[in-house]
Design a protein around this ligand. Structure first.
Ligand code: C2E
Ligand code: CA
Ligand code: CA
Length: 477
């Protein structure tokens, strides 16, 4: 009885084990089947059945990934022209063979830096990660070369027409849909003109309206991201050659576009209003730099800061006061550079300028001669310095009227007790001429280019002697 029970238990256990094994086998098989099915589904979802190339879904994923990565890339859309006609003429099967042949040629490019996908039967999307060995020119040349070679099918030889549209990240946009839209527009232009592709702009360049919009968006983040720096250009006494001041000039290095000139982004920041925050930052940093030079090098020369119109009308007095306070800088060492165009409303201008003068700062009129301030008006303003615009200095050696204009401006400024600074002095002859005309100070590449804070400290420690630069480029930045 006992043995029988043991036997029954053993039988039961064996049955359970066999069932478990069977179940396991079945499950495993089912899992394998499911895996294979999933793989197939994924393959179908991510690649095109005919050519094995990744499909539209995969393209969008890769595009998004490339944008997140943030490195410059080129997006290309390649289309076979009049594919339906080819199919009509040669039949559907031959048409597909031709598409496969095109895909094979494109696959030659595929690799770590080039992603090739097929989004429609006659359309391919490529993402080319630029930089290092991978150059835009080379990619276009390769495509041109390979696509112009005829395709052979047995007896038949086919020389189809292709068109390519291009868009560049980040130049043409930082958004996937915008980039694709851009590339399709470029494709349409190539088709209209019957060309393989049209190089609308240099690599990294973009249409001006789009670039402006892009810069406007990027400017909003630039301050928080710490993309701005300051450079300083010495102002030199024309008589002694000594540095008697320096002008703070903003620099913007965009992570993807590189350095952007202030002449390009300052007007955009003025229009968007971002100049107010940027200008405030410049003022504070410039005051700190001047104070640092006083503390570390006993160099007591004023710093000049450019003030934009918007900044002037919005809270300039309070901003200047707090920048001076926080840096612990004596107001006598700050010069504000204003422009003639700000002087439109005499009464309010006089009121603000008087408040600034009461603080103890100096006031300068920048780019003088390019605006239309009347002399009578100028007389009423508490201005300490006139900066004669570079355009007059450029022509000072030729036979035109500019030399006489500069002569008159110098006489006028002196008459009103103002210091005269000539901007953009690039040659010794210009400096000699300005000296003869009685100009007080000069600024320009002949003496020193704008330089970093560290370079300025070294320049000043070296004597800050602008005349020690006969070649005209003491510090190249
Ligand atoms: P600006 O105030 O007239 O500054 C002088 C410009 O002439 C600077 O260009 C300087 O680098 C350049 N320069 C100096 N010497 C020479 C020379 O000998 N030859 C030539 N060809 N150029 C010379 P930058 O730094 O590109 O600034 C351009 C303009 O951007 C400035 O003209 C100013 O109007 C504006 N800017 C620069 N920084 C600021 C800022 O912090 N705030 C505001 N509101 N505007 C700024
Ligand atoms: Ca200036
Ligand atoms: Ca100027």
């Amino acid at each position: 009885m006992e043995r029988f029970r043991h036997f029954e238990v053993a039988k039961g256990l064996a049955f359970i084990s066999v069932t478990a094994l069977l179940m396991y086998g079945l499950l495993k098989k089912w899992e394998d089947t499911m895996n294979a099915a999933n793989r197939r589904v994924r393959q179908l979802a991510y690649s095109d059945g005919t050519t094995g190339l990744p499909n539209a879904h995969s393209f969008w994923e890769t595009l998004q990934h490339s944008i997140t990565e943030g490195r410059p890339f080129l997006l290309l859309i390649l289309r076979i022209s009049r594919f339906e006609e080819i199919q009509d003429m040669y039949g559907r099967k031959q048409g597909l063979t031709f598409v496969v042949a095109v895909a094979e040629r494109l696959k030659e490019l595929a690799g770590q830096n080039v992603f090739v996908s097929q989004t429609e039967i006659d359309t391919f999307h490529l993402i080319v990660r630029l930089g290092g060995e991978v150059r835009e020119d080379a990619i276009f040349r390769h495509l041109e070369h390979r696509l112009q070679q005829p395709f052979r099918f047995g007896e038949d030889e086919l020389a189809p027409v292709f068109h390519i549209g291009a868009a560049r990240y980040p130049g043409d946009g930082t958004d996937g849909e915008l980039l694709v839209h851009c590339a399709y527009r470029s494709l349409a232009k190539a088709r209209e003109s019957g060309a393989l592709y049209i190089r609308e702009h240099a690599p990294g360049g973009m249409e001006s309206a789009r670039r402006r919009l892009f810069l406007e968006k990027e400017l909003k983040k630039a301050l928080a991201r710490g993309e701005f720096t300051q450079h300083f250009q010495p102002k030199i006494s024309i008589k002694t050659g000594e540095t008697v001041g320096f002008e703070a000039l903003i620099r913007w290095h965009h992570p993807a576009l590189g350095p952007i000139p202030p002449a390009e982004f300052i007007p955009i920041a003025e229009e968007s209003g971002d100049i107010v925050a940027i200008g405030k930052w410049m003022l504070r940093e410039a005051c700190r730099q001047a104070k640092r030079l006083q503390d570390t090098q006993q160099c007591f020369v004023p710093v000049s800061v450019n003030v934009s119109a918007r900044q002037f009308w919005q809270s300039i007095v309070g901003v200047v006061e707090s920048a001076l306070d926080d840096a612990g800088l004596d107001p006598a060492y700050l010069v504000l550079e204003l422009t003639e165009s700000m002087m439109i409303n005499p009464e309010s201008v006089v009121r603000i300028l008087t408040r600034l003068k009461t603080l103890g700062v100096k006031l300068s009129i920048d780019d003088f001669g390019t605006g239309f301030s009347s002399l009578a008006y100028l007389k009423r303003l508490p201005i300490d310095e006139l900066k004669i615009d570079k355009s007059f200095i450029d022509e000072i050696l030729t036979d035109g009227p500019d030399r006489r204009i500069v002569q008159s401006l110098i006489a006028l400024a002196h008459h009103l007790n103002m210091t005269v600074v000539a901007e953009g002095v690039e040659k010794k002859e210009q400096a000699d001429c300005l000296r003869a005309l009685g100009c007080d100070q000069v600024q320009g590449y002949y003496y020193a280019r704008p330089m970093t804070g560290e370079q300025l400290a070294a320049f000043l420690a070296d004597g800050g002697n602008g005349q020690a630069d006969p070649a005209g480029s003491a510090v190249l930045v």
